[in-house]
Structure formats: structure tokens, C-alpha cells
Ligand binder design. Structure first.
Ligand code: ZN
Length: 118
């Protein structure tokens, strides 16, 4: 289990499973956010604080909502705009670095080919 918390602690999440890798995306939004994504199924994520309190931003194609803490501004996660969506991602920068040390980081070309660059 991995724990993630925004800087002020208002938003806290637990991720049930350790991922095989983390993803750095170069799309127009992710590169600005500077997030490091831990992709998972929504059922694997539990909010222990701040559920429903995050501010959201729907990007161009409106397929996903980017969330951040309204108090400290940290990007916390993205969720599928469709409630039945099977994928989401938590910002691994909110996890204690020691807890994710050694995990592979894969670069994803969200700006162009929509494929991994490795
Ligand atoms: Zn916060």
C-alpha cells in the first residue's frame, strides 16, 4: 500500500497496489503540471481525507478531469470524466520518495504519438 498526501494534508489517498512503473507524460497539460503518474484502477484508490474536495479542470477533449488541492495547489490525481471509466492516475510526487524509490519511470509521448518512448 502506498500513501499520497498533498502539501497541506487536506487531500490524502491510499493506493492498494504497487505499480510496475510510473509515467512521465509530455502532453500540454502534464508537462505544465510536472506530475509523475501512478496509473491504477479507481477501485484501488481510497481517499482517507478530502474526498470530493479537490478542484477539477477538464482539459480539451473532456475525457478526464485533472484535480488539485484548492488550499495548497498540489496536483493530486486525474479521474475519468465518465464515472464508469476504468483508469485513473495519482500524482506519485505526493508519495514519500523513499516509498517509490527504484520504481521504473517511463516517458509517455502524450503530446504526439500517444505511445511510450522507451
Ligand atoms: Zn493541500
Amino acid at each position: 500500500m502506498l500513501e499520497a498526501s498533498c502539501h497541506c494534508g487536506a487531500v490524502r489517498l491510499e493506493i492498494a497496489a504497487r505499480p510496475l512503473w510510473l509515467t512521465e507524460c509530455n502532453c500540454s497539460l502534464c508537462r505544465r503540471r510536472g506530475a509523475l503518474w501512478l496509473h491504477c484502477h479507481p477501485a484501488e484508490v481510497t481517499f482517507t481525507a478530502g474526498a470530493g474536495s479537490t478542484a477539477e479542470y477538464l482539459q480539451g477533449d473532456r475525457t478526464l478531469a485533472m484535480h488539485h488541492c484548492p488550499t495548497c495547489g498540489c496536483t493530486t490525481h486525474w479521474s475519468p470524466a465518465d464515472p464508469a471509466g476504468q483508469r485513473m492516475a495519482v500524482n506519485a510526487r505526493l508519495i514519500d520518495p523513499q516509498a517509490i524509490a527504484g520504481l521504473r519511470i517511463r516517458r509517455f509521448d502524450g503530446a504526439d504519438s500517444f505511445d511510450f518512448l522507451d
